[in-house]
Design a protein around this ligand. Structure first.
Ligand code: FAD
Length: 494
């Protein structure tokens, strides 16, 4: 049990405050003491888009509030760094806005601090007026079928983490010796994986893909990728931009079963707009004869990908020696109902798909952070109303942990602004108790020091960033990511 600290019950006067005066000044501890109404001390847990957009809105619309962002990794930005595909650099431009937020006088970044392990939510509650939980959905959903743990089966989360340089996944070393890969799932993450497996190396070389992944992909024997979905073409979860990119991926051709798309042209006009445009593209690509140039291009391709509909995995099949995956058994399904809410039901037929490489891309999952924080395990979210955690005054949530692991960065931005707005309203209405000053980060730093945890500041991250960018420059990449936490910490050690 860590020693108890004086700060928990009164304003901090600990030896640490003298250690870094500039930090103390930035934290505004003095302001808390002198002003009539204490400065709101707010902390955000998680530095992905949800954390940064929440902080941005709070800082913009409150002229005094101090916002501290706690992040378990030594580096910020969550899935923008560790999820978004390396060949989508334009998506990562949001980092520029996040950096401006982090550089605000009233914002502090404390990386390398895992809330729930290094410091508890309850300790944060004593140090801050409000806590916003924005810690995302880091776990993976399991398929729950026999053979799932066989070598050759990977979760999308781990594979994405591996090619994006997530320290936890640096030893994944997926076996890419199979010519056929099956991805279970038909969302944007599944398309990201298909693109990573099939992209020409010269495209990947210019990205920030992790070096070991680039090397492994250069030796990959994967030539064909199937994306398998339980439901039909009207229920795919990917979006039009990602589909178009896949259709046009150099060196690859799509494989379609035209019967999957028959009759869809007739119902297009009744579909809601985004679904209509997506289905139009699918139908066009699957049923229209390609022009001469495209036909020649497709004929020359050595790699291919296809969509397999109405199939649900029921088992991963072992190889003869039982040591690895050699295929997947699929239950043939049909739809009950229509549109987005249609459910798949088994027909009783099955089909085996031979393949040595299988990815389960059925989604991410949030986990509870503390027994004291309400959590709905079935939905995998924190129960909330407009970001206010139900039954827990002073606690808020935003991003994937608030609404579940779906939606792009702009969706996350909107819901984070909503949460920040709720918090600001509570500050204004007095629903959020500001009657006592709170010590904020200075007190938590003291506690962390006692526990041997040294937080990484935003300027520390900028040192890591500079090293990564310089290393990347040498090999024509935007950055060469550092893959292990110890090396990151060494770079910033004082
Ligand atoms: P996250 O981005 O996951 O951030 C959560 C942060 O909390 C992380 O930094 C994590 O380390 C930290 N954390 C977790 N636990 C703790 C703890 N206990 N203590 C402290 N910190 C903690 N959207 C797009 O618009 N375009 C894309 O191209 C795109 N590609 C994607 C690719 C993949 C593979 C995935 C999974 C998602 C993609 N998205 C994309 C969606 C986008 O990434 C999400 O909408 C967004 O990241 C959700 O933000 P978040 O802050 O809720 O979660």
């Amino acid at each position: 049990m860590a020693p108890r600290c004086s700060w928990m019950w009164r304003l901090p006067r600990c030896p640490l405050l003298g250690r870094n005066l500039s930090t103390t000044r930035r934290l505004g501890a003095g302001r808390s003491l002198s002003s009539k109404s204490p400065t709101p001390q707010i902390c955000v847990v998680g530095s992905g888009p949800a954390g940064f957009y929440t902080a941005q809105h709070l800082l913009k619309h409150h002229s005094e509030a101090i916002v501290d962002i706690y992040e378990k990794l030594p580096v910020p930005f969550g899935l923008v760094r560790f999820g978004v595909a390396p060949d989508h650099p334009e998506v990562k431009n949001v980092i520029n806005t996040f950096t401006q937020t982090a550089r605000s006088e009233r914002c502090n970044f404390l990386g390398n601090v895992t809330v729930g392990r290094d410091v508890t939510v309850e300790e944060l509650q004593r140090a801050y007026h409000a806590i916003v939980l924005s810690y995302g959905a880091e776990d993976k959903k399991e398929l729950g079928i026999p053979g799932e743990k066989l070598p050759g089966v990977y979760s999308a989360r781990d594979f994405v983490g591996w090619y994006n340089g997530l320290p936890d996944n640096r030893y994944l070393s997926p076996d890419l010796s199979s010519e056929t890969a099956v991805i279970l799932g038909q969302g944007n993450v599944a398309l990201d994986i298909a693109r990573m497996l099939l992209s020409p190396l010269e495209l990947l070389e210019k990205t920030d893909v992790a070096q070991p992944a680039l090397e492994a992909l250069s030796q990959s024997r994967v030539k064909k990728v199937w994306l398998v979905g339980r439901r039909g073409p009207l229920q795919v979860a990917f979006t039009i931009k990602e589909l178009r990119e896949m259709i046009n991926l150099p060196g690859t051709r799509p494989i379609y079963d035209p019967s999957d798309f028959q009759g869809l042209g007739d119902i297009l006009k009744d579909l809601p707009r985004p679904r209509k445009r997506l289905t139009e593209l699918l139908v066009k690509s699957a049923l229209e004869e390609p022009g001469e140039k495209e036909a020649v291009r497709r004929a020359q391709c050595t790699r291919e990908w296809g969509l397999r509909f109405f199939r649900s995995p029921i088992a991963v099949l072992p190889s003869e020696d039982g040591k690895r995956a050699s295929g997947v058994r699929l239950s043939v399904t049909r739809l009950e109902g229509s549109g987005e809410s249609a459910v798949s039901v088994p027909t009783g037929e099955t089909e085996d798909m031979p393949c040595g490489l299988i990815f389960s891309s059925i989604g991410y999952r949030s986990v509870p952070i503390s027994p004291g924080v309400p959590f709905l395990p079935r939905q995998g979210i924190i129960p909330n109303s407009m970001g206010r955690v139900l039954g827990a005054p002073g606690l808020y949530c935003s991003g994937w942990v608030k609404r579940g692991p779906t939606g792009v960065i702009t969706t996350t931005m909107t819901d984070s602004f909503d949460t920040a707005q709720s918090l600001l309203e509570d500050l204004k209405s007095g629903a959020l108790n500001l009657s006592n000053s709170r010590p904020g980060a200075s007190a938590i730093r003291e506690l962390l020091l006692l526990r041997g945890v040294d937080p990484v500041s935003f300027s520390d991250w900028e040192k890591i960033d500079a090293v990564e960018t310089a290393q990347g420059l040498k090999v024509g990449k935007p950055r060469e990511k550092i893959l292990n936490t110890e090396e990151m910490l060494q770079l910033v050690s004082r």
